[in-house]
Each structure stands twice: as structure tokens, then as C-alpha cells.
Design a protein around this ligand. Structure first.
Ligand code: GLU
Length: 457
């Protein structure tokens, strides 16, 4: 008996190691994609030990290979008539539980590795929401920063002219991510409508409220992250009330995380953008950040001109040296490395909630776990955005709109459910309290069972 168990354990280890080696060989140099795969496959060893059928049916080697990767040219002209060429991507990773679903990122760093890491994460994140959505992601190395509205519009139209051939409300439903907000979604929706004809509202999410968007979609990722962290805190008798919080970033996720944390009684003492961070011991004012970033599209350094209690510091990583009980990395991948994690721990951090995708390196996560810091991994903690995107799709199909409170209540219930199913899976598979493993397993099982049911496809 003991011998059989040992054999099963080493077979599962060997299987995972072999699949990971294949991923590295087939996707050379794609370090972000390797990192996302590594984190997930290592968590799944106890699942393969307990259910060898997933190994026998090649679930993991199929899961790590995208169903389709689309790569295209995006030509556009700037306001002076100069021609530019950017790269467009869409990875349609896994459609076993629903249409491909995931955002578009417009940022100079976007390449195949970034899109694949995000798309791979999205498969299990979307599964965790309990909604019928598969995993996809896309984007471009176009930088909307500093571009005029007209330039952004021409870029979005050119991008959608190509992407539009591959998406549809039952096929693949893009949304926003870094660099893609309401303005970009509006231009892309307009161009899709023009090309495809008709008004297929469910082809994109994150739309404006006036043309098929969902109330509370704008707030969903930030609010959802706070709801998730709140569940983690409650499990240890802690709360946001009276706590000191650091939130990195100042985009869509950060803004609404700041608002909700403040509503729950926390003082958010810092936030940042890609140039630097602001520190305000009296609490960052959500309304100012929202206006500066979402309306005026200015830098976060401008905040100090309106609030003399705040100080601006150049550079981003210094934000993690600020003492806080709760840290919410909501900016971008790998923003917390081992050094930053050690500083947070030394300053007494109690909980981390990942609002961005993969903001902590694998070493940083190990440091948090080793020091008993509550750790809410991205695919669980930031799933609120895509969860409400799925609710937007549902409303579009019904041709009906729920109130803000109806959507917010559903979001709250979804985040609680993600928390409890992650805790339960972690317990069941022998890693109590480890939400990285719990979220990966809970998300994986639903996808793997659908793949089993569909045969080798
Ligand atoms: N970009 C968001 C994410 O990382 C939202 C995706 C969506 O709404 O489809 O989950």
C-alpha cells in the first residue's frame, strides 16, 4: 500500500516535470509564461497522485498548449501622418467550459510570452468564478500613453479590423486590461459593429453603460479584491477597519480597491504609477486619484499639488518599504520580488491581495508563506473583474440590465465562493491554508473534468 502511494507520488512528480520541460523547450525565452506554468503545475502534483486518470488522458500537456495563437500586424497613422506598425496578439487558450474570455493589454512590454502567461492564468481564474467562460487573452505593444484620442481611435480601429475575424459572443469575448479602458473598448466596439453588422453586444465586455455595459463592471476588480482579502482577514479575526494599507498602481484595479478599502475603515497610505509613488499618512483620497488618472490622464506626481500632506517619490519599488498591515499589488507582473517581500515581512505585513496578474515572483510567494502572511493569489483575488464581465455577457444575452446593487451582491457572493472553494481544495489535497495551491486545484478540476468529458480534442 505504502509502496503504491510512493509510486504514485513519484509518477505525478515526473509527469509534471516532463510537461514543464516541454513547455520550456517549445517556448524558448518566454520567462513570464514559464513562471505562470511553473506555479500552476507544481500545485497540481497532489491532484495527479489522487486521480491518475488526468495523467493517462494527457490533460496537462493539452492544457499548456494554446488551442490557437493569433499574431497580426497593426498599421496606423499618427496625427502628423507618420505610419506606425505595432504587433497584435490573441491567444485562445482553452474553451472547454465556455467561450474564450479575457482582456486585451496595450503596453510596450506586450509580446507572446506576456500574452501566454496572462492567457494561461485566465483559464483557471475564469473557472474559479463559477461562470461558463474559457480562457483567452490578447493585446498589443502599442502604448496609449501620450497619444491623442484620435490616434488611439485609429489604432483601435486597425486592431479590431484584424481581431474582429476571430471573435464573437459565443466564440471569444475580449475586454480591458492594462492600457485598455472604456475609451478603447468603445472604439473597438464601434469598429466591430461596423464590420460585422448588427449589434452583437456580447462580443466585448467593459462596454459603456449606455450601450450594453454592466453597472459595477468598472469597480469589479478592485472591489472583488477587497471582498476576497476581507474573507482572508476574517479567518484570522482581523479586518480592514483601522488598518494601514499600501496599494500599488493607480489604474482601474487600484482606484476601486482604494475606494472600497477606505469605505471599510482602512487608511490607504500609498499608491503609484510607472514613474513613482505617493505617500500620504492621512489617507489617499480616492476621488483625486480617479479624476487625475481616469479623466485627466495625468501622472500620479500631480496628486501632491492638491494634497500637501502627500509626498511624491521617484521609482516604484520603494512603495514596499512603507510599513503596512495589508499590501495590495495592483500594478503589474513581478512588482514584488524577494527583496520587497522581505521588507514587507520585516515591517509586519499580515496580508497580501494580488489585484494585478502575477505581481509576486515565485520567491516572494515562498517568503510570504514561510512567514505565515495571508496570501491571496491573483487568479482568486482579482477574478472579480472577469466574473462581472461574465455577468455583463449574461445581461446582454437576456437584453436586460441589473441594478448596481444586484451586480455588486452577485460579485460579493462570487468572491466569497472563490475563497471557500480555494480553502476547501487546499485542505482536501493536504496543504491547509495555502490558497495558491487551493485556487489552482479548484480551478483546474472543473476544466480537467470538462476536458475528460469532451475526449481527446
Ligand atoms: N483583464 C481582466 C483580467 O485579468 C479582465 C478580463 C475580462 O473582463 O475579460 O481578468
Amino acid at each position: 500500500m505504502l509502496q503504491t502511494e510512493t509510486n504514485r507520488a513519484s509518477a505525478a512528480q515526473a509527469y509534471v516535470a516532463e510537461v514543464f520541460e516541454t513547455v520550456k523547450r517549445r517556448n524558448p525565452g518566454e520567462t513570464e509564461f514559464h513562471q505562470a506554468v511553473k506555479e500552476i503545475v507544481d500545485s497540481l502534483v497532489p491532484v495527479f497522485e489522487k486521480h491518475p486518470v488526468y495523467m493517462e488522458q494527457g490533460i496537462l500537456e493539452r492544457l499548456v498548449e494554446p488551442e490557437r495563437l493569433i499574431h497580426f500586424r497593426v498599421p496606423w497613422t499618427d496625427d502628423k501622418g507618420k505610419v506606425h506598425v505595432n504587433r497584435g496578439f490573441r491567444v485562445q487558450f482553452n474553451s472547454s467550459i465556455g467561450p474564450y474570455k479575457g482582456g486585451l493589454r496595450f503596453h510596450p512590454s506586450v509580446n507572446a510570452s506576456i500574452v501566454k502567461f496572462l492567457g494561461f492564468e485566465q483559464i483557471l481564474k475564469n473557472s474559479l468564478t463559477g461562470q461558463p467562460i474559457g480562457g483567452g487573452k490578447g493585446g498589443s505593444d502599442f502604448d496609449p500613453k501620450g497619444k491623442s484620442d484620435a490616434e488611439v481611435m485609429r489604432f483601435c480601429q486597425s486592431f479590431m479590423t484584424e481581431l474582429g475575424k476571430y471573435i464573437g459572443s459565443d466564440l471569444d469575448v475580449p475586454a480591458g486590461d492594462i492600457g485598455v479602458g472604456g475609451r478603447e473598448i468603445g472604439y473597438m466596439f464601434g469598429q466591430y459593429k461596423r464590420i460585422a453588422g448588427g449589434n452583437e453586444a456580447g462580443v466585448l465586455t467593459g462596454k459603456g453603460i449606455g450601450y450594453g455595459g454592466s453597472l459595477a463592471r468598472t469597480e469589479a476588480t478592485g472591489y472583488g479584491c477587497i471582498y476576497f482579502v476581507n474573507e482572508m482577514l476574517k479567518s484570522k479575526g482581523l479586518s480592514f477597519d483601522g488598518s494601514k494599507v499600501v496599494v500599488s498602481g493607480s489604474g482601474n484595479v487600484s482606484i476601486y480597491a482604494i475606494q472600497k478599502a477606505t469605505q471599510l475603515g482602512a487608511t490607504v497610505v500609498a499608491c503609484s504609477d510607472s514613474n513613482g509613488y505617493i505617500y500620504d499618512p492621512t489617507g489617499i483620497k480616492f476621488e483625486t486619484v480617479q479624476r487625475l488618472k481616469e479623466v485627466e490622464r495625468k501622472r500620479i506626481s500631480e496628486y501632491v499639488n492638491e494634497h500637501p500632506t502627500a509626498t511624491y517619490f521617484e521609482g516604484c519599488s520603494g512603495i514596499w518599504t512603507i510599513p503596512c498591515e495589508i499590501a495590495l499589488p495592483c500594478a503589474t507582473q513581478n512588482e514584488i520580488d524577494a527583496d520587497s517581500a522581505r521588507k514587507l515581512v520585516a515591517n509586519g505585513v499580515q496580508a497580501i491581495g494580488e489585484g494585478a496578474n502575477m505581481p509576486s515572483t515565485l520567491e516572494a510567494i515562498d517568503i510570504f508563506h514561510a512567514n505565515d502572511v495571508l496570501f491571496g493569489p491573483a487568479k482568486a483575488a482579482n477574478a472579480g473583474g472577469v466574473a462581472v464581465s461574465a455577468l455583463e455577457m449574461a445581461q446582454n444575452s437576456m437584453r436586460y440590465a441589473w441594478s448596481f446593487h444586484e451586480v455588486d451582491d452577485k460579485l460579493h457572493a462570487i468572491m466569497k465562493n472563490i475563497y471557500t472553494s480555494s480553502v476547501k481544495a487546499a485542505d482536501e489535497y493536504g496543504h491547509p491554508g495555502n490558497l495558491v495551491i487551493g485556487a489552482n486545484i479548484a480551478g483546474f478540476l472543473k476544466v480537467a473534468n470538462a476536458m475528460l468529458a469532451h475526449g481527446i480534442v
